[in-house]
Write a protein that binds this ligand. Structure first.
Ligand code: MOS
Length: 722
């Protein structure tokens, strides 16, 4: 297995993140955020701030930086700061102070006096449910409202009424933030009418395109650089507030500008995961076969309705076979920060509801919850004729049950001293997608090769994937490959999001390598070349002709060429008309609840996943175990505490609870590896997001098994188990 090629740079501190760049003449920007959740900025007194030492400018809605609102494919419309006086959430950027030093900018920011005209704020999803509206079709993340009914069935209500066993419950999930280790930040440099921005993000070509639109520049004049990203998780798909502001301020001032959100500002001046309310009704035959499934969802969105958490989308539409299915999705615009993609958007909160409901159905049927899930295994998504390309969910459940010791589980848990012990299970799914991607490949006369794309490695391991798939496709050792990414000057790699990067860029590498080898063979057998007029073939990094062979470097040297390059590209295509594609998994959790203190602890975890071919087992383990830890966090720790005013009571890493090592047991990850070449030539379907899916439900189900208490909201706290 290949070691992570970026590991030495990261562990020795040599990896250069956005704000690690220092440029001569650089000045510092500091963001000021609103202290009300709804209303208008009436006036702003910046006199004291402007005359403070070192201050160069104070930008605000009264003296804005010129920025247009960009709209991009995949991620939709992005909100740009300081463009109007309306306040729609607490912690919204309202001013940007630029000074010679960071301390001067920060101190001056404290001197900005803002006067607001305040309006009543709506800050709780529960309070807004009555004003919910249907999610508009065609929205960037909006799931379709969908009803599939068996012949002769008039409505989902009829189907439920005729089901021998019905369970119906409502589930709540908390709003969250990605909280990446690297705060959203940027260094922007203008030179001769061109802009370079160093800023961690999920795709440098998208970032460059967004900035070009916002600043009304020709895209060729914007260069986005992000070789290292300190965590993204969907929260760095769009250009960040500091990147927009630093870029525009740098243009206005003619100085390089560095800006970063503070840790507290990361919680509001970015975008997070919506709160959700989900009502699920399941109707089943006595043998467990689903007759009807209804999943109604509500989530908050920002007042621009820029993102809808698609909870009903992945879960109910794709999870189980059912004759009757009805999905709806409603949204409630709230005075909270914008919402956006966050690790397994839709599937993470959606699976908490659906997989808890399945556990409730198993209890109602007095049936083993694994058997119930196996009974409803689907060959295709309901209402879709295209069968799954490759699905080994049954095997995941079977292997998992054996590895985890499921046979020892009693329907009412067991006790171990003062601990009530329970086991829970849930299914995980995440759709297999890919996006268009291009990769540049170069063979060099010194027998090395470059594999380069603009795409990002937000910690997932893409840099290592470039090296491994490059080596395999060119049939040379990985140490001969120099992988590069995170630079918009490289061939466009698209976004590292949606668990797509390995499939997208890997396929582009394979296509490019095949093309490059053809070109090499043409060069080697051309008139005057070493293999002129011969039948030639390529293997082991060598061109083989009549009775002899040469390395590709020797061939290039012989013909006097320093290098040979191609750009390989791939995009989703015909396969989409032939199959449905998803990764699958089974999550097993053992929970201990203390008899007296009621504290819940996760004591064992196992995830068994079916994600196609695995390119790097270390990276795959890290992604999946990391995702499972997110699931523990969602189930037992994480969530915003929103005050009535719309202020987050816990917008810092002290109050916004995340698990620490003591909260996490040994995590067992097992992979069934069936390359899915119907999806893409590499055979990998993506493992980035599925790790977190289902974990919160498995934990809630294990808590029920241990205590008999069914908690239908996350996070689950001690007070829920009294
Ligand atoms: Mo993600 S939410 O695809 O980074």
């Amino acid at each position: 297995m290949a070691a992570r090629v970026d590991a030495p740079l990261k562990v020795t501190g040599r990896a250069k993140y956005g704000v690690d760049n220092n440029v001569p003449g650089m000045v510092y920007g500091y963001v000021v955020v609103s202290t009300i959740a709804h209303g208008e900025v009436e006036s702003m007194d910046v006199t004291a701030a402007k005359s403070a030492p070192g201050v160069l400018a104070v930008y605000s809605p009264f003296d804005p930086l010129v920025l247009r609102t960009p709209t991009m494919p995949i991620i939709g419309q992005t909100w740009v700061p300081l463009q109007d006086k309306a306040i729609t959430y607490h912690g919204q950027p309202v001013a940007f102070v630029v000074a010679e030093t960071f301390e001067q900018a920060r101190d001056a920011a404290m001197l900005v006096e803002v006067t607001y005209r305040e309006l009543p704020a709506l800050t709780s999803l529960e309070d807004g449910l009555e004003t919910a509206v249907e999610a508009a079709p065609g929205h960037v993340s909006a799931p379709p409202t969908l009803t599939v009914l068996a012949a002769g069935v008039e409505s989902i209500e009829d189907a439920l009424a005729e089901s021998p066993v019905v369970v119906e419950s409502t589930y709540h999930t908390a709003p969250q933030n990605h909280t990446p280790m690297e705060p959203h930040s940027a260094v922007a440099v203008w030179e001769q009418g061109s802009l370079t921005v160093y800023s961690g993000n999920q795709g440098s070509d998208l970032q460059a395109a967004e900035l070009a639109m916002a600043l009304e520049l020709d895209p060729s004049r914007v260069h986005a650089v992000n070789p290292f990203v300190g965590g993204a998780f969907g929260g760095k798909g769009r250009t960040s507030v500091p990147a927009f502001l630093a870029a525009a301020a740098s243009r206005a001032l003619g100085r390089p500008v560095k800006a970063s959100l503070t840790r507290e500002q990361v919680f509001t001046a970015t975008a997070g995961r919506a709160a959700t309310v989900q009502r699920i009704a399941l109707g089943a035959e006595r043998d467990g076969s689903l007759v009807a499934l209804r999943h109604d969802s509500w989530c908050n969105t920002d007042t621009e309705r820029s993102f809808i958490e698609p909870t009903s989308h992945g879960t109910s539409r794709e999870w189980y076979a059912t004759r009757n299915l009805a999905i709806s999705q409603r949204i409630v615009p709230l005075n909270l920060p914008p919402t956006t993609f966050m690790r397994a958007p839709g599937e993470a909160p959606g699976s908490f509801a659906l997989e808890s409901a399945m556990d409730e159905l198993a209890v109602a049927l007095d049936m083993d919850p694994i058997e119930l899930r196996q009974r409803n295994n689907s060959l295709a998504p309901p209402g879709n004729e295209l069968q799954w390309s490759s699905k080994h969910l049954d095997e995941c459940l079977r292997i998992g049950a054996q590895r985890f010791g499921w046979a020892d589980r009693s329907p009412r848990g067991h006790t171990d001293g003062d601990w009530l012990v329970g086991m829970g299970v849930a299914v995980a799914m995440f759709p297999a997608l890919r996006f268009p991607a291009s990769v540049g490949i170069t063979l060099r006369a010194d027998d090395t090769a470059d594999v380069e794309t603009s795409g990002a490695d937000p910690g997932t391991g893409l840099l290592t994937v470039l090296s491994s798939i490059g080596a395999e496709s060119l049939d040379i050792p990985a140490d001969k490959i120099t992988p590069r990414l995170g630079d918009s000057a490289l061939p466009p790699g698209g976004m590292s999001g949606g668990s797509t990067a390995t499939a997208s860029t890997g396929t582009a590498i394979m296509a490019g390598a095949a093309q490059l080898i053809d070109e090499l063979l043409a060069v080697a057998s051309a008139p005057g070349a070493p293999f002129a007029g011969q039948e030639v073939s390529y293997a082991d990094g060598r061109v083989h002709g009549d009775g002899r062979s040469m390395t590709f470097g020797e061939v290039l040297r012989a013909v006097g060429r320093p290098s040979l390059s191609v750009v390989g590209s791939s995009a989703p295509g015909e396969e989409l008309t032939k199959h449905s594609f998803s990764s699958f998994g089974a999550q097993f959790v053992e929970v201990r609840v203390h008899r007296l203190t009621r504290e819940p602890r996760v004591s064992r975890m196992l995830g068994v996943f079916d994600g196609g071919r695995v390119i790097n087992h270390q990276a795959a383990y890290s992604q999946l175990a990391g995702g499972m830890i997110w699931g523990v966090s969602a189930a037992l720790h994480e969530g915003f505490e929103v005050e009535r005013s719309g202020r987050f009571a816990n917008a810092d890493l002290a109050g916004y609870l995340l698990p620490v090592n003591a909260d996490i047991p040994d995590i067992d990850v097992h992979l069934v590896e069936y390359p899915d070449t119907l999806h893409n030539a590499v055979g990998a379907r993506g493992l980035g997001e599925i790790g977190t899916v289902g974990v919160a439900a498995a934990i809630a189900n294990a808590i029920f098994n241990a205590t008999g208490i069914r908690v239908r909201h996350i996070p689950i706290r001690i007070e829920d188990l009294l």
